[in-house]
Design a protein around this ligand. Structure first.
Ligand code: BTN
Length: 238
């Protein structure tokens, strides 16, 4: 049986606007907020995250050394989610893929999203790692575990697997460094070597996805052979 790891304080709510907003009011390391449904679920780039009952909506509060740590934890969260999905489905070979920086895909369609926000309190930096996992429902562009695999995962089971896996990866990050996270991420990366567009607020860069550097920045090989390092932006496979 799974459980939340030691040091975690879990609070489950039926209906909230957004678990990330609730978590922002409970900035204690190891706080986990889950909700059965969200009325104002938020995605990246200011998008809505549709949140019907049946899926997992979870926010985890994690104290980090400084704001720069956020980038590493974006990758760590994706790798932890992939491990948690494999554990929860009991399928080590579940063909998951990771899309830069931290979407989890199944069959090329989005299965999980992560919204990572940073806050400070009393001089400490806390990350709020908000994750939505499509277990039973997904919009047209995405997919859900039940439809894609025929397996039913209870949201709380997925929550416990995710937080346990996150804590294990956090320990690995602290002992082995970011390379361990990066290696796992790269082993599951979607579309290395293929053509992509990277959309920034004011411009779009096109090229070949050449992997990520030691800090997690996306490497974009342009037509003239030059490699551009991209630290933020939305990736589109062309
Ligand atoms: C994305 O756009 O890919 C990120 C989606 C993140 C959704 C989750 S659901 C739990 C948490 N609460 C929110 O309002 N958003 C995140």
């Amino acid at each position: 049986m799974t459980a939340f790891p030691d040091g975690v304080t879990h609070r489950h709510l039926e209906t909230v606007d957004s678990t990330n907003l609730v978590a922002r009011d409970s900035l204690e390391h190891g706080t986990v907020i889950t909700a059965a449904r969200q009325t104002a679920g938020r995605g990246r780039y200011g998008r809505d995250w549709t949140s019907p009952e049946g899926n997992l909506y979870l926010s985890l509060v994690w104290e980090v050394s400084d704001f720069d740590a956020a980038g590493k934890y974006a990758f760590l969260s994706a790798v932890a989610l992939a491990d948690a999905l494999k554990a929860a489905t009991g399928d080590d070979d579940l063909p998951l893929q990771l899309k830069w920086p931290n979407d989890v895909l199944l069959g090329g369609k989005k299965l999980c999203g992560i919204l990572l926000e940073a806050e400070t309190k009393d001089g400490q930096v806390y990350l709020i790692i908000g994750t939505g996992v499509n277990l039973t429902d997904a919009p047209d562009y995405a997919c859900d575990v039940q439809s894609a695999t025929g397996k039913t995962i209870a949201p709380m089971d997925m929550a416990q697997h995710f937080v346990s896996s996150f804590a294990a990866w956090d320990a690995r990050l602290k002992t082995k460094g970011f390379d361990a996270v990066r290696d796992s991420w790269l082993a599951q990366a979607h579309g290395i070597g293929t053509a992509i567009d990277v959309k920034l607020p004011q411009e779009v860069f096109s090229g070949k996805f050449a992997g990520i550097n030691a800090g997690g920045a996306l490497l974009l090989e342009q037509e003239n052979g030059a490699v551009r390092t991209v630290t933020s932006g939305e990736v589109f496979f062309t």
